[in-house]
Design a protein around this ligand. Structure first.
Ligand code: 5CA
Length: 438
């Protein structure tokens, strides 16, 4: 993409309403624009990152055997009345009436709707287990929407739902999602720690939140230090799943609501970590909470009828955009992990309009595209300082600076955004180096 063709409304000043780095940088880098409290327009640069995160989440769900579908954002109140959640959910739910005075709502989550869908088709244990998911916008009329996309009112979530014949089978489904979450966050360049968590309005007694540690996190968390640096397990066979989950859950990790000071005191003092965290996922096993009132049951192998055992599994896709920035930035701007960067590499032309500089930039731009990369070419007629600041702000993993002085020696300057390390390379070396990074 050539910057002169793109839509990248970068701001020079930090908007006063933004108090944390991710919110400030997302506004300044032209990724989002607030339309009303907690509701954002995703500008082109922001949308690119959102889509990359969404795709990684999708790939890892598919790898774990979950099946994608899409439920509507607008739901009928009927499903929620059946489960008793219509009243229980309270003012966070946006309630709507249509022209025929029918009660609708903008979905804050989908347990009720999917249980209704599932019961209408599945009647036998032979059709279980199943795991269905969608990636869809949610609305929660949060009392205090804040920190930009981190606590929005409209936000994008991946929510998966599992259906099993009994608790034992349901725990396997839970473990499979638990492992998929560890793999997902690692691919996103994050260290997310699973912690015992409260279940709130979703319900159930087995639940984990996945949190990334950051000073600006909304939750206070307590955990064993070793959990933070454990590598993701990758593909795990069914027989090994419980052991992988146990290797995490046997180490102390809890959110504030579930914290037990006496238990935590048993962790060796040099391994105790109390920190703040951002909740980027939350998984629940709630058994028959919805299948019981909705009479979602199947015939079992011995000819009896049993309520389906269910769980639900959420990833905060839009929150992750902010979460990744909280985990990876410096005073100059964002530092994107390669997997989610909006462009792979930036080309800075230090003298746009100069025939030689333009030709060198154009050639490199075409070569990078031909190599399958997605470069952003800053071909604007701005001062060098402005170009450097903008490129640092938007945080692409590599920057290639081309100007008359370097060209005299046949050299480009290649900068690693994360380390700040600069190399002076020939055009050929530049292409070889950059393509080798992806
Ligand atoms: N039905 C369950 C799981 S599918 C559920 O709704 N769980 S949740 O309430 O914990 O939400 C799942 C994830 O969505 C959270 O872990 C968080 O990352 C994200 N999330 C929740 N509320 C917001 C919000 N107001 N803004 C941005 N992301 C949010």
């Amino acid at each position: 993409m050539r910057l002169t063709d793109y839509f990248l409304p970068v701001l020079k000043e930090t908007p006063a309403e933004a108090t944390i780095a991710s919110h400030q940088f997302m506004l300044r880098a032209g990724m989002i624009k607030q339309d009303s409290a907690g509701i954002y327009i995703w500008l082109p640069l922001g949308l690119k990152v959102l889509r990359k995160i969404e795709n990684i989440v999708r790939e890892e769900q598919n790898r774990a055997g979950a099946i994608e579908m899409l439920m509507p954002t607008i739901q009928s109140a009927g499903h929620w009345k059946e489960t008793g959640r219509y009243d229980a959910y309270g003012p966070e739910m946006l309630r709507i009436t249509d022209r025929g005075d029918r009660e609708l709502l903008y979905g804050p989550t989908n347990e009720d709707m999917i249980t209704d869908m599932f019961r209408s088709y599945v009647k036998s244990y032979k059709d279980l287990p199943k795991c269905l998911y969608h990636i869809q916008w949610k609305f929660r009329d949060e009392r205090r929407p804040r920190f930009g996309v981190m606590r929005g009112r409209e936000f994008l979530m991946k929510d998966a739902y599992t259906f099993d014949v009994d608790k034992e089978a349901a725990v396997k489904s839970y473990n499979r999602q638990f492992i998929a979450y560890l793999n997902t966050y690692e691919r996103l360049g994050l260290k997310a720690v699973p912690m015992r968590a409260d279940t709130g309005p979703i319900g159930g007694d087995l639940s984990h939140e996945f949190l990334i540690l950051a000073d600006t996190g909304e939750s206070e968390v307590f955990c064993h230090k070793d959990l933070v640096d454990m590598a993701a397990p990758g593909d795990v066979s069914d027989g090994d799943m419980q052991a992988v989950v146990d290797s995490r859950t046997s180490l102390y990790a809890a959110t504030d609501e579930m914290h037990d000071a006496d238990e935590f005191a048993k962790v060796p003092a040099d391994k105790q970590l109390s920190a703040r965290g951002i909740e980027v996922g939350h998984i629940f096993y709630f058994g028959e909470k919805y299948s019981e009132p909705m009479k979602a049951s199947v015939q079992t192998a011995d000819g009896k009828s049993a309520n389906i055992h269910m769980g639900s599994y959420g990833v905060g896709v839009s929150r992750l955009v902010g979460g990744i920035i909280e985990a990876s930035h410096d005073e100059n701007g964002i530092i994107w992990p390669k997997a989610v960067a909006p462009f792979d590499v930036g080309i800075i032309n230090l003298k746009s309009g100069d025939a030689e500089a333009d030709a060198a930039c154009e050639t490199l731009y075409s070569q990078l595209k031909a190599a399958g990369l997605d470069p952003l070419y800053d071909d604007r007629d701005d001062r060098g300082g402005q170009k450097f600041a903008r490129m640092d702000l938007i945080g692409l993993p590599y920057q290639i600076v081309i100007g008359p002085r370097g060209l005299k020696e046949g050299k480009y300057e290649v900068k690693d955004r994360k380390t700040g390390e600069k190399q002076s390379l020939t055009p050929e070396e530049t292409l070889t180096f950059i393509t080798a990074q992806f």
